[in-house]
Design a protein around this ligand. Structure first.
Ligand code: G1P
Length: 282
């Protein structure tokens, strides 16, 4: 299976940090966000990855490219650990790029992957969302796809105040963590939301999705919405993801993600914990 990572958005919720750098390259603790996303795809057994980029996103390509100068320098200084880490980034997967020519929504970004995906089911991992779990989120979805042979998306229960930020599903529970989806609504008002189960940014989609996207008219925000295209799929399941999602699209969530991930780091975790305890007392 191939993976598609949409990373073409302008990151307007994160200005001015994203004025001259892609939001997907903002570091969460010590790595750019999109590296976590690529690592999740690779950990789920996927090594053919298409990143949908756009204007001003070139640093994403540089990050996953080989860096001869840096590697030469690290080798000469004897910084072997750093060298191996840097080499591994450019070797972890075959990464391809396509540009979305115009900001026209997530559905339109996915449509840019049609040729590359070439008629097979494929995974979608949003480039600004990190999913942490023992079994990688995409792997959890692949397992369900392999069992049921239908499109499957990760969902998560969100508090009322966050409902308007997400695509929300209406579904019938078929087992503990699995819903058969009847309807989906992109960013509904709380009063119109059919549930609190939100689409979290990980999908396995069958290739019919492309036809449905091609027939869409603009939805919320005047954009071509992937959520609207998914309504027309014959069958689609929602899996309540076992793990934690970090949506780094806004500043507070991004900060929390960095802190939580750093707290788990064996080298800096303890130090950070006592620093936080200290500042909270003041
Ligand atoms: C996109 C999707 C939405 C989903 C969300 C998850 O929205 O359109 O359905 O719930 O990602 O982060 P965006 O955050 O790009 O506005």
């Amino acid at each position: 299976m191939k993976a598609v990572i949409p990373a073409a958005g302008l990151g307007t919720r994160f200005l001015p940090a994203t004025k001259a750098q892609p939001k997907e390259m903002l570091p969460v603790f010590n790595k750019p966000t999109i590296q976590y996303v690529v690592e999740e795809a690779v950990a789920s057994g996927i090594d053919d990855i298409l990143i949908v980029t756009g204007k001003g996103k070139r640093s994403i390509e540089d990050h996953f490219d080989k860096s001869f100068e840096l590697e030469y320098f690290l080798r000469n200084c004897g910084k072997t650990d750093n060298l191996h880490e840097i080499e591994a980034i450019s070797e972890m997967a075959d990464i391809y790029y396509v540009r979305q020519k115009k900001q026209n929504g997530l559905g339109d970004a996915i449509l840019c992957a049609k040729k590359h995906v070439d008629g097979d089911a494929f995974a979608v991992l949003l480039g600004d969302t990190i999913a942490k779990s023992d079994v990688p989120c995409t792997q959890q979805l692949v397992d369900i796809y392999n069992k049921y042979g239908a499109s499957t998306i990760a969902i998560e229960k969100v508090p009322d105040k966050k409902v308007e930020r997400y695509g929300i599903i209406k579904g019938n529970r078929v087992s503990d963590n699995l819903y058969e989806i009847e309807d989906l609504v992109e960013k509904p008002k709380l009063s119109e939301a059919p549930s609190n189960l939100a689409i979290t940014g990980r999908y396995i989609l069958t290739p019919e999705i492309f036809d449905h996207i091609e027939h869409l008219t603009p939805g919320v925000g005047g954009e071509i919405q992937l959520t609207d295209a998914m309504k027309s799929l014959d069958k689609i399941y929602g899996h309540v993801f076992e793990g934690k999602i970090y949506d780094i699209g806004n500043t507070v969530e991004w900060l929390k993600s960095s802190i939580e991930i750093a707290l788990e780091d064996p080298e800096v975790g303890e130090d950070l914990r006592s620093y936080m305890a200290e500042i909270v007392k003041c």
